[in-house]
Ligand binder design. Structure first.
Ligand code: FES
Ligand SMILES: [Fe+2]
Length: 301
């Protein structure tokens, strides 16, 4: 998939359990994810270099991944350490592996040519696991770029969300203040007293977004590129209000149901946009409220 090289969030850490093999499509590539004996994560192409069987159908053996077809075993860096018919390793045979990092329950993968940048995208210091957290995932049939742009656009609120969060929003814009650079797009309404606002929205390149509603409530969203036509949205909410141990499951269920409803409102419109890759949308005319969209398009190239 043609996207700028970067560290992208591609999954959540708990999805990849020890002793389990996970098959995922990311960036249009079929990938296999698994953990070695120490729990370190490996991401590799889900295709055996012998005769192309899907490695995720195989099994884990002593910290190696064994192909289901003829039992060749590959280690965490993709080297073939065991060919049963030869009774030895074949060090020249290897599967392509991808650099990855795990932090705060998320998995980042380096996508693009060359060595990965040392610097990881900064995580949000506003949230940590002292909050009560809840997850949900949605799958949208559109390109990564359309999914991200939707979340950079505040002018759709009174239209797309007229029956939910946009009920009291007005289409006549009071423009928020924007801070935009190579790492992020942040916007907020300045306070009259000049202090740092409690509420803001921030997008961290390449694919993570936070809606910091208050000190006690934030929503993060990762836009995960599946392939050119599909994007997975991983949502995690962090709250410090109504944290009642016996009732949290019910509270989370009700909050996520509402959130899913709001995302569905977005999805209906966003999946109608064509062309689905914004780089092909050369005839679109941008307006003042699209300034974050314009900045994102510059980054996308
Ligand atoms: S195809 Fe994988 S070992 Fe033969
Ligand atoms: Fe929306």
């Amino acid at each position: 998939m043609n996207l700028p090289k970067h560290w992208y969030v591609i999954a959540r850490s708990p999805e990849i359990k020890k002793n389990k093999i996970l098959s995922l499509t990311r960036f249009g590539q079929r990938l296999v994810l698994w953990r070695d004996i120490q729990g370190a994560l490996t991401i590799m192409d889900d295709r055996c270099p012998h005769r192309s069987a899907q490695l995720s159908l195989g099994e884990l053996k002593n910290g190696k991944l064994a192909c289901p077809f003829h039992g060749f075993q590959f280690d965490a860096v993709g080297t073939c350490q065991w060919v049963p018919e030869l009774n030895r390793a074949a060090p020249k045979l290897s599967v392509k592996t991808y650099q990855n990092r795990e932090k705060d329950g998320w998995v980042w993968m380096w996508w693009g040519d060359g060595e990965p940048a040392d610097k990881m995208p900064a995580w949000f210091t506003e949230v940590d696991d002292t909050f009560c957290t809840a997850y949900m995932k949605a799958s949208w049939k559109t390109h990564f770029s359309r999914s991200v742009e939707n979340q950079l656009d505040y002018a759709h609120l009174p239209f797309v969300h007229r029956n939910s969060i946009g009920k009291y929003a007005t289409p006549i814009q009071r423009y928020p203040e924007f801070k935009m650079d190579e790492e992020r797009i942040k916007w907020f309404f300045p306070r009259a007293d000049g202090l740092e606002p409690q509420s803001f929205i921030e997008f961290r390149f390449p694919n993570v977004w936070i809606n910091r509603i208050s000190e006690k409530y934030s929503i993060t969203l990762a836009f995960v590129p599946v392939d050119d036509q599909h994007t997975d949205l991983y949502l995690k909410s962090y709250r410090k209000f109504a944290n009642i141990p016996g009732l949290n499951r019910v509270i989370n269920f009700l909050m996520l149901r509402r959130t899913r409803g709001i995302l569905n409102e977005d999805r209906q419109v966003v999946t109608s946009q064509e062309p689905i890759d914004v780089r092909l949308a050369t005839e679109e005319v941008l307006f003042p409220s699209d300034q974050a969209v314009r900045h994102f398009r510059k980054w996308l190239g």
